[in-house]
Design a protein around this ligand. Structure first.
Ligand code: PLP
Length: 248
């Protein structure tokens, strides 16, 4: 049974406070401004009601990893927020697509996403650019996903391929190259993985100084990611609870 709305809200208030404190502490330890880190709440498997509650708590960056689920949730949240007078509507959300993206989903994702964090091949870049034009929208933010373990199942381009891919993104007027993204390999020490990502980011910024964002860090390793310069942490479990479904 779904929890009562008030109970769920109280749960989210508590978990959000804890996550914000973790981010702030990690920033202090690293000598960084806590405002330099954007918290993306990864709401996959959780309902639109949780997104709406998080929005009222000031979390406006929402992450999803499957198009079908995301598209439905975006519509549901918009519908809920659309009722009532314009000045009563919730603040607008930024949807971040963080999962592996199949080419045939590019068109759909471009209709609602503010950013795609998982761009790892040239065909996808062309498809996203065309989809942005088709949607008649502003530029789509793009992160190039870097593979830190060479495991193709987790997505990402090997370190050496980052620059070439970034050049392809930067050449598209419909896209804005933001930086790099990675998921720390399960087996590896997170500090080592995130240091490797930081090096890829530094290399990228030589050619594209504006692409200074680093999307890294999840529930278990956000502190390590912040130590190594993460600007966007993607947090699911620590905010919303353990997912009952297994996600890739
Ligand atoms: C699910 C997911 C997250 C959040 O993971 P948690 O461990 O629940 O914090 C972050 N990034 C990506 C790409 C994900 O798929």
């Amino acid at each position: 049974m779904a929890p009562l709305a008030g109970e769920r809200r109280a749960e989210l208030v508590t978990s959000l406070g804890a996550v914000r404190a973790r981010i702030a502490n990690a920033c202090i330890e690293a000598g960084r401004d806590p405002h330099s880190v954007t918290l993306i709440a990864v709401t996959k498997t959780y309902p639109a009601a949780d997104v709406a509650t998080l929005a009222t708590l000031g979390v406006l960056d929402i992450g999803e990893s499957r198009d079908q689920e995301a598209a439905a949730k975006v519509a549901e949240v918009a519908e809920a927020q659309g009722h009532g007078a314009a000045d009563e509507r919730g603040p607008s959300l930024r949807w971040h697509f963080v999962g592996r993206l199949q080419s045939r989903k590019a068109r759909s994702v471009a209709t609602y996403a503010h950013a795609v964090h998982s761009v790892d091949r040239p065909e996808l870049i062309g498809q996203l650019a065309a989809a942005v034009t088709r949607a008649g929208r502003g530029r789509l933010d793009v992160f190039v996903q870097v593979s830190l373990d060479g495991d193709p199942a987790r997505g990402g381009v090997a370190g050496g391929g980052v620059l070439a891919l970034a050049d392809v993104v930067a050449a598209r007027a419909q896209l804005r190259l933001r930086g790099v993204m990675a998921i720390a390999p399960m087996a590896a020490e997170p500090h080592r993985a995130f240091a490797e990502l930081a090096a890829a980011s530094a290399q990228l910024r030589v050619a594209h100084p504006e692409a200074d964002a680093i999307s890294a860090g999840m529930s278990v390793d956000l502190e390590a990611a912040i130590t190594h310069g993460s600007t966007h942490v993607r947090v699911g479990t620590a905010l919303l609870g353990r997912r009952s479904q297994v996600f890739g």
